[in-house]
Every structure is written in structure tokens, then in C-alpha cells.
Design a protein around this ligand. Structure first.
Ligand code: BEZ
Length: 334
């Protein structure tokens, strides 16, 4: 009896050891990529394509598994996983980055751009935006370039014709000091909420409005809840392709080269598709005819932007140069 039990125990331990070895071997070959966006959103779809490209460049030695919709937790948790090396890549919103690396708040300055085309030009060409990447090493990650979501707009149930009309209302924001201050100056109450929590919060009237880009407004069907769409272009909404510094240090030169080569076309695609998606999003809302769409002009943001700049000037010495570059890169100034 005892011999049989010992035999079974040995078998169980043996199987467990084989399984553990197998898991370790496959885990070593798997790189994880986190995004907060839903499955059918541009960032997620292009992250899948980036993973396939990297894998192909490395002859299948590594697979890249994409985790979307907060499967790995919110973006703060994803950054912690990048720091520990448990996560290799993430495309993270600039608001989350700015909460840890203050210089990135410059990219969320209100009234910096007047269109999504302008945002794309700034992220591709601004030397100020490019230089910000040097600050990422302080949080144990490496930045490989910018992607973007559409400029921030607001959908609301308040009968509003301007941002000032939202004074006293609760507006969902992505967590960042820059955006929180914009609402404090405006007199509106900023409610930080991660993307996966947005629909329920709006449907349950926990917030009166949602600050978000048009493509996600459409994907989340927020137009079924809101009545007014304010096209404010109040700030750019870049994302940063982050790589775990800890993982990067363990990679071969060949692996680093494959990732760097795949990153460029990936981010270009994200930017191009986003600009197109925002145009289609607005056209779709117009065609549906349900929302009261109010298009504000860049001048409508100027007072708010000046008050915001006055508060942030000391902390963001690069801001005047960034504003100058954004103005120069605006398609309207060509
Ligand atoms: C948001 O939280 O609003 C957001 C996140 C990722 C992409 C676009 C928007």
C-alpha cells in the first residue's frame, strides 16, 4: 500500500515538474503586450499586427500575446508590470505616463492643436515631443515612439454650448494632473475613470459627461446615453509605446533590432488609422442625427489655455517651444 502511494506521489511530482518546465520554457518565449483598449479598437488591432511582425522577424522564436480591455489591470498596473519585467510591451495613454513623469503633461496642454491632423504632425515632427522620451528611464521603461488616440472631445447630457457650460458638472477624465487642472480652472468636477469603467458610469449618471475621443465614443456606444457632443479638440491624446527596461536589458541585439524595426510602421499605422477613424466617427454621429453637435473654434479654448499655462509654466519650461512647434505644424498655417 505504502509503496503504491509513494509510486503515485513520485508520478505526480514528475508530472508537475514536467508541466512546470514546459510552462517555464513557453513563458520564456512569450512576450506580453498590454493595451487598455477594447478588442476591436485600432491600438489593439495594430498591437496584434506588431506582435506578428516581431515574431516573423525573429523566425518564431518569440510569440507576442496581446492583452486588451484591462485584462492585465488598469494602465497603472501595466506600468508596474513593465517595471518588474512581467510585461514586455504596452501602448499607454500619455495621461497615465504624465501621472508618473511630469514633463509629459506638456503634451496634454489645452488648445495646443486644432485638429487630429495637427496632432499627428506634432507627434511625428516635434523635437520637444521627441525629447520627452529621455525622461522615461526614471520609471524603468523605454519609449519607442508615439501613437495616438483622437483629440479629446466631450459627450454630455448637459445642455451645453461650451466647456464653461459644464461648470459644476461631473466629467469623466483619464487620470492626469494636466487634465484635472483644466477642469478645476473650468469649474467642472473631474472624475478620473479608466476606460473599461466609462460606459457604466455614464449610464448610471455617476458622471454628466465623458471626455474621450470620437472613435471610442462610437465603439462604447456613448451616443446612446449622451445628448450633446462638444467638439472642443481640447487636447491631444498621444500614447507611448513602452518596453520594459528590465526585459530590454536581457534581449539580444537581434531581438532589439527586430522590435525597433517593427515599432516604426506600427506607430505610423496607429496614427494614420486614428486620424481616419476620428473623421469617420464624426461623420457617423452626424448621419445618425441623434446628437446635438457643437463645434467650437480654437479661440474658444484660448482663455482656458492661458490660465492653464500660467499655472504650469514653471514646471514645463519646454511649453512655449512646444506651442510654437504645434502652431507651425498646423495644416491651417501651411
Ligand atoms: C481613454 O481612456 O479615454 C482612452 C484610452 C485609450 C485610448 C483612447 C482613449
Amino acid at each position: 500500500m505504502l509503496t503504491r502511494l509513494l509510486g503515485e506521489l513520485r508520478t505526480t511530482i514528475g508530472v508537475a515538474a514536467i508541466l512546470a518546465a514546459g510552462v517555464t520554457a513557453s513563458a520564456a518565449d512569450e512576450w506580453r503586450f498590454g493595451v487598455i483598449t477594447p478588442a476591436k479598437q485600432i491600438w489593439t488591432q495594430e498591437a496584434e499586427a506588431f506582435g506578428a511582425d516581431v515574431s516573423e522577424k525573429l523566425d518564431g522564436k518569440h510569440t507576442v500575446s496581446v492583452f486588451h480591455s484591462g485584462q492585465l489591470g488598469n494602465e497603472g498596473e501595466m506600468i508596474r508590470q513593465l517595471q518588474s519585467g512581467a510585461l514586455t510591451f504596452a501602448l499607454i495613454t500619455v495621461s497615465e505616463v504624465a501621472s508618473r513623469v511630469p514633463q509629459f503633461n506638456a503634451l496634454l496642454a489645452p488648445g495646443l492643436v486644432d485638429s487630429n491632423e495637427n496632432t499627428a504632425a506634432v507627434l511625428r515632427n516635434s523635437s520637444v515631443a521627441a525629447d520627452l522620451m529621455d525622461n522615461l528611464s526614471q520609471i524603468g521603461v523605454r519609449g519607442l515612439g508615439y501613437g495616438m488616440a483622437g483629440n479629446t472631445q466631450v459627450i454630455t447630457n448637459v445642455d451645453a454650448a461650451s466647456l464653461e457650460d459644464l461648470a459644476g458638472s461631473k466629467v469623466r477624465i483619464t487620470p492626469s494632473p494636466a487634465i484635472r487642472d483644466l477642469h478645476r480652472i473650468n469649474g467642472s468636477n473631474a472624475i478620473p475613470l479608466p476606460l473599461p469603467a466609462v460606459y457604466d458610469a455614464f449610464a448610471n449618471s455617476q458622471v454628466d459627461g465623458v471626455e474621450i475621443n470620437l472613435d471610442l465614443m462610437r465603439i462604447l456606444k456613448l451616443d446612446a446615453i449622451g445628448s450633446t457632443l462638444l467638439i472642443t479638440n481640447q487636447s491631444m491624446f498621444p500614447s507611448v509605446l513602452l518596453v520594459s527596461e528590465r526585459a530590454w536589458r536581457q534581449m539580444s541585439d537581434e531581438e532589439k533590432a527586430a522590435i525597433t524595426e517593427a515599432a516604426g510602421p506600427f506607430l505610423e499605422k496607429v496614427i494614420d488609422r486614428t486620424v481616419e477613424g476620428e473623421v469617420n466617427g464624426l461623420a457617423g454621429f452626424r448621419d445618425a442625427g441623434k446628437l446635438n453637435i457643437v463645434e467650437l473654434s480654437p479661440e474658444d479654448m484660448s482663455e482656458l489655455a492661458a490660465a492653464w499655462d500660467a499655472e504650469w509654466a514653471d514646471r514645463l519650461p519646454m511649453l512655449p517651444e512646444l506651442r510654437a512647434q504645434a502652431a507651425e505644424l498646423s495644416p491651417k498655417s501651411e
